[in-house]
Design a protein around this ligand. Structure first.
Ligand code: MG
Length: 136
């Protein structure tokens, strides 16, 4: 686990670096599925439930940043940094579960969507701007 294939397109070999280890999306998905299988939780993992869980976990992450000041620390309470790390992981786990249940190749989906976004937000129009594509 964790070997880097240098022959892969960097956009299709999205990897998460954790300390001195690196995990591919498929490795993380396999770990997540093994975790679920040990607990017999996959029975609850219909796409609707997983989409709701993803939203809940994203909201738990968002809550940690609630009432931050624009020029203040974010999250506003230093003790929340570790909690934010955990919530990021919860979001990723839910996303992996949902992609798996929907038979979506998440890495390829990200690459495909970046292409769509690139066409929608060409660099010459969008660089340094925050407007939506129809406002550029
Ligand atoms: Mg959570």
């Amino acid at each position: 686990m964790g070997s880097v294939n240098k022959g892969l397109n960097p956009l299709t070999s999205i990897r998460c670096v954790v300390a001195d280890h690196s995990f591919s999306l498929s490795e993380l998905s396999a770990l997540t599925q093994a975790f679920n299988d040990e607990r017999d939780w996959s029975r609850y993992h219909c796409p609707r439930n997983l989409a709701m869980a993803l939203s809940v976990e994203a909201s738990e992450l968002l809550e940690l940043f609630l009432w931050s000041e624009d020029d203040g620390p974010q999250p506003p309470v230093p003790g929340r940094i570790e909690k934010a790390r955990e919530e990021l992981a919860d979001v990723a786990i839910c996303l992996l579960n949902l992609a798996d249940r929907m038979d979506v190749d998440l890495g390829q989906a990200v690459v495909d969507k970046l292409k769509i976004n690139g066409a929608k937000y060409p660099v010459e129009k969008a660089k340094g701007r925050m407007e939506k594509s129809d406002e550029l």
